[in-house]
Design a protein. Sequence first.
Lengths: 366, 229
Amino acid sequence: MYAIRTLRSQPLRLALTVGGIALCIVLMFFLLAVYRGVADGSVEYIRQNRADLWVLQETATNILRGSSILSADQIYAIARTPGVRTAAPVLFLLSTVRHGGQVGTVFLTGFDPDKGLGGPPQLSWGRSPRVDDEIVLDRSFALKFGFKPGGEVDLQGHPLKIVGISLGTNAFVIQYAFVTLRFARNLIGVPGLATCVLVNAEPGAGLGPIREEICDVLAGLNAYDQETFLANNVHEMRSGFLPLLYTVAAIGAIVLTAILSLLLSVNILERRKDFAILKTLGSPLPFLWGLVIKQAVLIASVSCAAALILFFPLVQVIERVSPEVTTRSTLGQIAGVIAAVLLMSLVSSLVAIRRLRRIYFLEAFS
Amino acid sequence: MTAVDRTGPVIRLEGVTKVFDGSGHSTTAVHDVSFEARRGEMVLFLGPSGSGKTTLLTLIAGLAKPTSGRVALFGRGVDEYSASELQSLRADKIGFIFQTFLLIEALTARENIEIVLRFCGKRRAERARRTRTLLAELGIEYLADRFPRAMSQGEKQRVAIGRAIANEAELLIADEPTGSLETRQALGIIGLLHAQAKARSKTVIVASHDLRLKDYADRTLHLQDGEIR
């Protein structure tokens, strides 16, 4: 009871501390949720397009941050490789979409609607493009720029009808948009080019021989199975995003630990007479440590609860204001943050506990 | 449990001196003090403020180390006890009554008493039973759930005594226990301490400047400038 009552004796200080720590926790929840959202948005396209092999120029290992250009001859040769049932070329370009005064940049994905590979991973509305004057936009992109389903946009001077809205296509810094391969090729003015080719094998055909054939016979190409290619892209996304995430999360954690240590230390200093009395009366040191640890865990728990109450409405507001910020929270993430906060509360109490050593018996007699 | 000698004196001080070193100068708080106290004895250290009474009490309780001389508690030199043995000794065998009662403000009367029982390892049920008994014996059952801020000085002092005797300590150390009490309350409190010495064979050491206590002590030692006169 001592731990709780002494905290409650300074309600304003307690509220400010809990508020500060709760905001740090919200920050950590939010960063993880953004990371999950970006992770899903960046690689969902690859995950959902279940190609047996992804063929790219050999210098490129992923589609997020790699340049790959395949010629018409190479694409033709891939399609003719023994064991290949489908070879679907896909062309990725950066392009701008306009409507009214709004202009947005998209990761334009040209795919062949007849091949059944390379299109939008999920649709929240509408259908995939079938002809050259149709486009599918990412949901958060459409929301951000106010592009309406069924409406029209201008893409480098070409009017396109929005026939679908896609999900899992928000890579945070840029969003996918889908058009036909022919339209994309017309935009760059070089026929027959592609960024990569998605390959599905004949039933019963081994992927090993197909890959060997593509890599060995067709010079300058590399073929990745779905799992490896997904891992390559996840790695690329993480290497670009995780350092930032870790830095901000670490700052949040340090601020949290500092706030809590400060409060616990101030509490000890203000109650040093109590601690001196308890020491004199024969309190074992672990009992005194326990009082400080209880306070730390209590504040951390209340802060976690406050953060959970704040977090979900806050995310809704942020997603409404900035639709490109797509978040995804899992129970595992939330549990992980709460566990980390509890751990940090223990670290804070250890910092504060050091002050107990400098409280002397004689203080009880002064 | 710390091993103690039950036959000899509870406290024995031999030529004890305590010097506090400050910046550039030192102060002798206690000088060459020797005395012993036995079970059932109530010893009063009488002296004005600054005479070294409180320092002497901390030396007797093993809370401070003498600069020279020897302090023995329960037949064993204080310097022979380890830190954890001294902590156990304070929890199990010594009861303290402080100058301004020094109850823990965040705890009720019941909790202030129970906490010392916790330090000496009593179980929850035993703690509750013992606390109930003590509150009844001291006539302060009605204070059980009251916080110190809602108590009078006399009530606080009774709770403080309850806390000091809760662990059935063999040695009670009281620093100015009547300092802020009116005569009737002061005599009531000293009567309680006297009863602890005589009816329960405790050793009671009281430091005070209150002359009203002289009649209750078995021995009165006058302390002036850190020396027994």
